[in-house]
Design a protein. Structure first.
Length: 432
């Protein structure tokens, strides 16, 4: 969004990547624009070069940013110093030392971490995750905007408030024009450079493809789609239309639990979609629900390992929040601590490169989630661009955070939090 700064292209790397310089900090991005030359100023977001910029304009924006850029770096550095261990837990110290010395943590290490309960141990884990986030990925923070284009859905997922179980919910489907206008206003008025389009599953593929086309015909922006299982050919059609990100959680890595929660569906089909998307060139954002009924801590570690194995560009883990109009109405949400632990353990599992989202569901569960998550390994957030009246009907779970806040308010709050934590608008880049 407006939280983005231009970078200067320094070199071409491999087939389609460029190295971009932001005041001395280097990030890789995928480039599909023929016109890009070394020395050009560009905006990159979501790991993609979005557009080239006139040098005068770019330099004036950079001038405005220069001072605060270094101030933010200093601030993040001071907030993420190597933590002092106020714990006597030798096993924990050994595991975290492994990461500090650049060794990979194994499954047993991650299992040990997810079982931690002692507040001092947890504090040490969170600070270590934040330290490693800073050390390897710097103070960049990704801010994407999401448009929830329709709450129609043909799925019967037992946890989801927009599934077929919810007969009381008024359903909406935005027209292509409506979505295009929303996207253009997010891009032109608020400076968003990366947008996620999301809906329930089962709408016609033509509709999804038209949305992507309509936006990309007018503007250059990183578009990520999240329409559920559209079929492998559907994915190809969306990619051909210009979408470059796919947000699709596998929800749980436990096949039996998956089957139980998604009647008539199989985990293998979900994973086939995610893997195929990756193969055809999508950047994949994936993860799981945390705290599902019947889910164990071991399942959560398996989720973390699966997300890593899928070469996710960004990890999206959120808590399950029961919805009154679903079969899981009586279930309980997880302890927010478990959610925070999951983010920190995800960071420990992929500390060199992980891009980790703090989700709105976590913010719904814990009003301090955004700050707590960003200080425990996360480095990305999402703002909601859906107009308020439709946002309220996109009730995947009740009382969603930010469901009543105007976009301007969301932007102001996001920027002020990111600035208070020393996070910069540089693109996180793509994984190497
Ligand atoms: N609580 C939290 N997240 C939910 N989702 C669906 N229902 C719920 C719920 N009750 C999440 C799923 C889906 C994403 C769009 O919303 O993980 O992938």
């Amino acid at each position: 969004m407006c939280y983005a700064i231009p970078g200067k292209v320094e070199a071409f790397v491999g087939e389609n990547r460029v190295l971009i310089d932001y005041f001395g900090e280097k990030k890789l991005a995928i480039n599909e624009l023929d016109e890009v030359r070394i020395g050009d100023y560009v905006y990159a977001q979501g790991g993609y070069v979005i557009e080239t910029l006139p040098p005068d304009y770019a330099e004036s924006v950079l001038d405005l940013w220069k001072e605060s850029f270094f101030r933010l770096q200093e601030l993040d550095l001071s907030l993420s110093r190597a933590p002092e261990a106020h714990t006597q837990n030798q096993r924990l110290l050994r595991i975290l030392d492994k990461a500090f010395y650049g060794k990979d943590l194994d499954r047993d290490d991650l299992l040990y971490l997810i079982h931690l309960e002692d507040p001092q141990d947890l504090e040490y884990l969170y600070r270590s995750a934040n330290f490693l986030r800073h050390k390897y990925t710097g103070n960049s923070c990704c801010v994407h905007g999401i448009i929830e284009v329709s709450n129609r859905c043909t799925c019967a997922c037992k946890y989801c408030g927009i599934s077929v179980h919810n007969r009381r919910l008024p359903r909406y489907q935005m027209s292509v024009e409506e979505v295009k206008d929303l996207a253009l206003s997010a891009i032109d008025r608020y400076g968003f450079k990366a947008l996620v389009l999301q809906s329930g599953e089962g709408l016609p593929l033509d509709y999804y493809v038209s949305l992507v086309r309509a936006i990309l015909e007018e503007r250059s922006v990183f578009l990520c789609v999240s329409f559920g299982e559209v079929g492998l050919e559907g994915l190809e059609a969306l990619f051909a239309a210009g979408a470059r990100g796919l947000l699709m959680r596998f929800e749980t890595s436990n096949p039996a639990l998956y089957r139980e929660l998604h009647p008539g569906k199989e985990l293998s089909s979900r994973l086939e979609h995610i893997r195929h998307a990756r193969e055809i060139g999508f950047l994949v954002f994936t993860g799981a629900l945390v705290g599902l009924p019947g889910q164990t801590l071991e399942d959560i570690v398996n989720d973390i390992l699966l997300a890593r194995e899928l070469s996710a560009e960004m990890y999206s883990f959120g808590p399950f929040i029961p919805h009154q109009d679903t079969p899981l109405a009586e279930a309980r949400p997880p302890d927010p601590e478990l959610m925070l632990k999951t983010l920190a353990v995800m960071r420990m599992a992929d500390y060199r490169q992980g891009r980790i989202l703090v989700t709105t569901a976590f913010e719904t569960l814990d009003s301090k989630a955004r700050e707590r998550g960003l200080m425990a390994g996360a480095n990305s957030i999402m703002l909601n661009i859906t107009p308020i009246h439709q946002r309220r009907s996109y009730a995947i779970y009740p009382n969603r955070a930010w469901r009543d806040e105007k976009l301007e308010t969301q932007i102001d709050e996001a920027i002020s939090l990111l600035q208070s934590l020393g996070r910069a608008p540089t693109d996180l880049g793509v994984k190497t």
